[in-house]
Design a protein around this ligand. Structure first.
Ligand SMILES: *[C@@H]1O[C@H](CO)[C@@H](O)[C@H](O)[C@H]1NC(C)=O
Ligand SMILES: *[C@@H]1O[C@H](CO)[C@@H](O)[C@H](O)[C@H]1NC(C)=O
Ligand SMILES: CC(=O)N[C@H]1CO[C@H](CO)[C@@H](O)[C@@H]1O
Length: 333
């Protein structure tokens, strides 16, 4: 038997014995996952050519990640490719076909699939101000997956440089649209302004504003992102210190606890060097110590086209797959 099939078989066997997504009894954090990235590439080319400007994810890598203990897949895609005409317009059947194929494959293995429009609160480059249209967009999308409890809805990737009240309104509209579609079992992850940074969650005003989001099903998991380089942008291989991850999570952790909310780190990464690996371990340990409010963390990134990118976790040649994952996975499983 090929090694990768062995992993898949083991993952399937584990899935068969336990409730979906809860297959490891000793799992401290509920979610550990990977950003699947590539279907949002080529933002300058709409609608873009599949295989040339953008790409979907290699399903066999899903099994490889599950074999490593992951159970959350954050699926990057673009709203402009899903509904090319307008927010409230019809779906592109082929792009939707690929999205649904990915979701069904992931959830059939007992893992969570996060539907994540990688749009920064924009549509064709313009800040979305049509709040009602955004609600309809989410209602239409959620209706497709309303019976699948392993789907998670991410309202939008990294709002930034937007009016804070608009960010609140778009998040609330997404929540209202999802629930209006009859999707009541699924988690929803609101994101904040300022690139949804955990380290600036309180100082940016996200906390004070988004604390008031209302979900009748009470299944909100606030999504924050955290990189460990000097400007927190995730564009450098170096990490500020061996404790920077933990430090950058502290104010947000307090906010979650004070307000009885739950959160997830939807993007994090560090370079392949001793300081970053120490920082990654330390921060993941901290998340585990605060698992009452933190659901888990999702690595940035994998996908077929990342090549020699410094954070590439694509099996089996990505630097992070080879050198970082083996050192951090014990913090999840
Ligand atoms: C994609 O966009 C780039 C940048 O705007 C442009 O140079 C290129 O010709 C476009 N490709 C196609 C196939 O339209
Ligand atoms: C995925 O997209 C490609 C390119 O548009 C298309 O050929 C293929 O049929 C789609 N797959 C599904 C499952 O819809
Ligand atoms: C930190 C990071 O790698 N961000 C990337 C997120 O995805 C977009 C779109 O694919 C990239 O442009 C960013 O560089």
């Amino acid at each position: 038997m090929l090694l990768k099939n062995l992993f898949a078989a083991a993952a399937l066997a584990a899935t068969a014995l336990a409730a979906p997504g809860e297959k490891r009894q000793n799992r401290k954090l509920k979610w550990f996952g990977i950003n699947e990235s590539g279907a949002e590439f080529g933002e300058k080319n709409f609608t873009g050519v599949y295989g040339k400007e953008f790409i979907w994810y290699d399903l066999k890598t899903i099994d490889q990640f599950i074999g490593q203990g992951m159970n959350m897949f954050r699926i990057n895609f673009l709203m402009e490719r899903l509904t090319p005409n307008k927010l409230t317009g019809p779906f592109d059947p082929l792009y939707l076909g690929n999205l649904t194929q990915q979701i069904n494959y992931i959830t059939s293995k007992g893992a969570y699939a996060m539907v994540q429009p990688h749009n920064y609160g924009r549509f064709y480059g313009n800040i979305i101000t049509d709040v009602a249209g955004f609600k309809t967009w989410w209602q239409n999308v959620a209706a497709l997956y309303k019976d699948n409890a392993l789907v998670v809805f991410d309202t939008n990737n990294e709002y930034h440089d937007m009016d804070q009240q608009l960010v609140f309104n778009l998040n609330q509209a997404a929540i209202d649209g999802v629930r209006a579609a009859g999707a009541k079992k699924q988690y929803i992850t609101p994101e904040g302004n300022s690139w949804t940074g955990a380290w600036t969650w309180v100082s940016s005003g996200n906390g004070a504003s988004l604390v008031n989001l209302k979900d009748p099903e009470n299944k909100l998991v606030y999504q924050m992102h955290q990189y460990l380089d000097s400007d927190g942008s995730g564009t450098h291989e170096e990490c500020v210190s061996a404790t920077i991850f933990r430090e950058r999570l502290q104010a947000a952790t307090k906010w979650l606890k004070d307000n009885k909310k739950q959160g997830v780190i939807g993007e994090f990464a560090g370079g392949n060097n001793a300081q970053c690996i120490s920082a990654l371990k330390d921060g993941l340990k901290y998340l585990g110590e605060n698992a009452d409010v933190w659901f888990g963390a999702i690595w940035w990134a994998a996908g077929p086209w990342w090549g020699d990118y410094m954070y590439n976790m694509e099996p089996t040649n990505g630097v992070a797959w080879k050198s970082i994952l083996p050192q951090i996975k014990s913090y999840f499983v």
